[in-house]
Design a protein around this ligand. Structure first.
Ligand SMILES: [Zn+2]
Ligand SMILES: [Zn+2]
Length: 345
């Protein structure tokens, strides 16, 4: 009796790959959960020391641990989804662990320096503390001065979550358009300099790119976004950010065309060819459709990046300093080191 296998050797190999990656992901999640539980259980919520009468440290260590645990769970989840969709050979996780091309090394450096809050501190110095403006202060001031109160607490949580998520994507759309203006482009160019998508590319942001603080965080707080809703809005934004910077070759059908931007639409936003207008600024396509920046679809073969020269690699200050100086040259009306017209301006 002959036994014909229903699967070719290549398909079996892919299946083994997928099972292997899934098992690794499940083991990782278990380890992360255990580390989180031990950290919550054993570490005090307040850690720091008194230096010359000044408190140096954090009063909310558990919040920091929760944020880090969230990112360290979301990122592998998206890497796992992507590897299931495109296969191990073409996946970002393989590129991050095995190949590590120069552009991906920049993404990794940004990710780890971001998690260690180093980029936060550098950003505060570069924008002269401007990023510390708190929307909550402005909201409290408006409330005290004009009696302006927006209180959504009577609405069901899901309604609040969807409403504030779409509000956030509206403000994010306009932040992104501002980032593509002549003045702000050198700071945003750092994100666009990525030569490939590797999921973590979403955190490749210049630390001095401060527009979201003014254009997103301030209005969201003024509009009464409750902190517990904002935590979940943030989870959505971070998770979608990772997904749209993945190699998944799909426009997600009507969902990607109308509800949430797909990876190929975001790829079209990152296109290297600047001879045609740049669109797809919004995480929610509705804003691009409303404001005339929707330009159809593409696929994962579209080359991305910028024409400006980038060193890339783990040592990121070189490119960051050049972009920061270019930003100030633009502000002062001096010619740029890297003459390049901003896409979408
Ligand atoms: Zn952009
Ligand atoms: Zn992007």
């Amino acid at each position: 009796m002959t036994h014909a296998s229903p699967m070719s050797p290549i398909r079996i190999l892919r299946l083994k790959d997928r099972v292997g990656v899934s098992l690794a992901f499940a083991t990782y999640l278990g380890g992360l959960g255990l580390a989180w539980w031990i950290a919550q259980d054993r570490l005090p919520s307040q850690i720091g020391l008194s230096l010359f009468g000044h408190w140096v440290g954090t009063h909310s260590l558990h919040d920091h641990i929760n944020n880090a645990a969230l990112i360290f769970a979301l990122l592998p989840a998206v890497l796992w989804i992507e590897s299931a969709a495109v296969g191990w050979e073409a996946s970002s996780i393989r590129q991050l662990l095995v190949e590590r091309p120069a552009s991906v090394r920049t993404d990794l450096a940004c990710f780890f320096l971001g998690q260690a809050h180093v980029l936060d501190l550098v950003g505060r110095v570069l924008v002269l503390g401007g990023s510390m403006i708190s929307g909550v202060w402005v909201r409290d001031w408006l409330q005290a001065r004009f009696g302006l109160v927006v209180d959504p607490s009577g609405l069901p949580f899901v309604v609040q979550l969807l409403a504030y998520f779409y509000l956030a994507t509206f403000f994010d759309y306009w932040t992104h358009r501002i980032d593509h203006s002549r003045i702000f482009w050198p700071l945003h160019r750092f994100h666009h300099s990525a030569r490939e998508f590797a999921v973590v590319t979403s955190v490749r942001q210049h630390p001095a790119a401060f527009t979201p603080i003014i254009v997103v965080n301030l209005p969201m707080a003024i509009l009464g976004a409750p902190p517990e809703v904002m935590i979940y809005v943030n989870v959505l934004v971070v998770g979608i950010g990772f997904l749209i910077h993945s190699k998944i070759d799909s426009d997600w059908g009507w969902f990607g065309r109308y509800v949430i931007q797909s990876p190929v639409h975001h790829r079209l936003h990152h296109k290297l060819d600047m001879s045609t207008p740049t669109g797809h600024f919004g995480m929610a396509p509705i804003w691009d459709r409303l404001f005339g920046t929707w330009y159809g679809t593409a696929d994962q073969s579209l080359p991305i990046g910028v024409t400006a020269r980038y060193a890339h690699g783990y040592f990121i200050p070189r490119d960051m300093v050049r972009d920061y100086l270019d930003f100030w040259r633009g502000v002062l009306g001096r010619p740029n080191d890297v003459p390049e017209h901003p896409p979408g301006a």
